[in-house]
Design a binder for this molecule. Structure first.
Ligand SMILES: NC(=O)c1ccc[n+]([C@@H]2O[C@H](COP(=O)([O-])OP(=O)(O)OC[C@H]3O[C@@H](n4cnc5c(N)ncnc54)[C@H](O)[C@@H]3O)[C@@H](O)[C@H]2O)c1
Length: 498
């Protein structure tokens, strides 16, 4: 059966935003011995790494490459001379010789590319974060489930066998007793991205209409088009969506007991300080997640410990990772997605009682996806769509805290009833860090949202302050690159503002 292609879809006018029921795609189900032909969407740094990983898996062929940047397309094409090249992903998706796609474009494309791909009958490996905003994550999840396709999130550390060891240790063996609280961290220095006087000229080799896709067309004042889109709300989700997503995925999947979806309440703040560049997303960020059981506090900073230093900001625990505080001690885990995992457990006196060493998730994660493509069993995926959707939603909710808030006030922040004490700890560390950069936390440069309640049924904030915050859960699209509403196959029902 021929599936509904993107062109058919656009021709029917269904993509314009009305709720649509898309027929489940059949696609070509690859048999056990048949090669799986992959198409890469986004031939940047990560896309090239993924090509190398997938090319190492038996029975995988790199069948297609797509990038609106001709230079990048050409350079990936030199590595895979037999792969067909496209500038427009819609044409790749229309090609029946591509079975599955790998999405490693900038974040603003992830959800729409996922939706178009599954509707065109392709399975999808999608880099993190799976969406630019919360609403899109839900729509993409609904589309994947409706189409019955295999979809994996690029949080590759979940395929490092160490993660399963940690789950066993904490939850099955209950080796440290109950998990009481979590402190999560992302502390790493990043440089400013420049602030030009005149808008950045778009390189001639880039088809900018396709590069922009769903994002708004507005002048850019940073120095580079590629990669630094992360730090612009129009195209990225900041460090929270870049690294926070890996760390929160570890916390949610491996540490939190039971089935925690969205946090019940959330408070947080942050801002972009010191850099004086054209970026918008926070380079200091602090968030309290009330999960209803284990409180989670995350601290994030891209500033050095002091001006000119090569040391990251002071923090408790690993620079990227988490500490799980438990009745019988603590577990510290480093989250470095491409490296073999490392973690250690300590008893209540601080004595090491167990070391964990992983084998890394690279290639294993890609193989886990390919195995599911062959078996058609999504239950075997290590980073499936719903888990990805919830983790990504945590990041988006955290970002809203820094965008919707008012100027930071210590007195307001002190009203948060965090039983773990980590919230006060992270605020003190941030205040100390900013002092070394000659900044007072109580300034307009930092925002703070009040403690907001999240309604998990509607996936919206409710109560005082919710109206402003809810506006950040979705975006305005640049036609015709509109994320369509999809009659939800999600058991939480359709997203209300779809
Ligand atoms: N899992 C990991 O460890 C890991 C590591 C690095 C990056 N990533 C993720 O990978 C993604 C890409 O990151 P990057 O560092 O390679 O960024 P990048 O800017 O170097 O590359 C993105 C590429 O996407 C291309 N692109 C833009 N619009 C496109 C379209 N419509 N069709 C096809 N290609 C398009 C760009 O031209 C660019 O070449 C991001 O989501 C990032 O978060 C994941």
């Amino acid at each position: 059966m021929r599936f509904m292609t993107r062109r058919d879809f656009l021709r029917t006018g269904l993509a314009a935003g009305a709720a649509v029921a898309v027929p489940a795609a059949s696609g070509r189900a690859a048999g056990a011995n048949e090669a799986i032909r992959l198409g890469l969407i986004g031939c940047g740094a990560r896309g090239n790494v993924l090509l190398s990983h997938f090319a190492r898996i038996d029975g995988v062929r790199i069948g297609g490459l797509c990038d609106p940047d001709q230079r990048r397309l050409h350079s990936a094409g030199e590595r895979f001379a037999n792969a067909k090249r496209w500038v427009d992903l819609r044409e790749m998706l229309d090609d029946d010789r591509i079975d599955a796609v790998v999405i490693a474009s900038a974040v603003h494309w992830h959800a729409l590319a996922t939706i178009w791909a599954v509707q065109a009958g392709k399975d999808v490996y999608c880099e993190k974060p799976m969406s630019h905003n919360l609403r899109e994550a839900r729509l993409a999840a609904a589309a994947v489930e409706k189409a019955g396709k295999i979809w994996q999130h690029g949080t590759q550390q979940q395929s490092d066998p160490m993660r399963a060891d940690i789950r066993r240790f904490l939850h099955e063996e209950q080796a440290l007793g109950k998990v009481l609280s979590v402190r999560a961290n992302r502390y790493a220095i990043r440089p400013p991205i420049g602030k030009r006087d005149a808008p950045l000229p778009i390189p001639e080799e880039v088809d900018y209409n396709l590069w922009l896709g769903p994002a708004q067309d507005m002048p850019l004042y940073r120095n580079n088009l590629q990669y630094d889109w992360h730090w612009d709300w129009n195209t990225g989700a900041g460090e929270m969506g870049n690294w926070g997503v890996h760390i929160l995925d570890d916390v949610r999947n491996n540490v939190l007991p039971g089935n925690v979806g969205l946090p019940r309440r959330i408070c947080g703040g942050g801002g972009r300080v010191v850099f004086g560049d054209a970026g918008q997303t926070p380079n200091v960020h602090f968030v309290y997640f009330d999960t209803g059981s284990v409180p989670v506090v995350l601290g994030l900073s891209n500033l050095p410990a002091e001006p000119g230093s090569r040391q990251p900001s002071p923090h408790t625990g690993p620079a990227s990772g988490y500490i799980a505080y438990c009745e019988g001690g603590r577990l510290e885990c480093l989250t470095a997605p491409w490296a073999p995992g490392q973690a250690a457990a300590f008893d209540r006196d601080g004595k090491p009682i167990r070391q964990f060493s992983g084998a890394g998730g690279d290639v294993r994660h890609e193989r886990n996806f390919i195995d599911a493509v062959r078996s058609r069993n999504a239950a075997t995926l290590n980073s499936p769509i719903r888990t990805a959707g919830d983790t990504t939603a945590w990041c988006h909710l955290a970002n809203v805290m820094a965008r919707a808030g008012r100027p930071f006030s210590r007195a307001e922040a002190g009203k948060v009833d965090d039983p773990s004490g980590h919230w006060d700890g992270v605020l003190e560390q941030m205040a100390e860090l900013l002092r070394t950069h000659d900044l007072n936390m109580e300034s307009d440069a930092l925002r703070l949202s009040s403690l907001l309640t999240v309604d998990s049924a509607t996936e919206q904030f409710i109560g005082p302050g919710s109206e402003v915050a809810n506006a950040f859960l979705k975006r305005t699209y640049r036609a015709p690159f509109v994320v369509p509403t999809v009659a939800s196959a999600h058991n939480r029902g359709p997203f209300p503002c779809a």
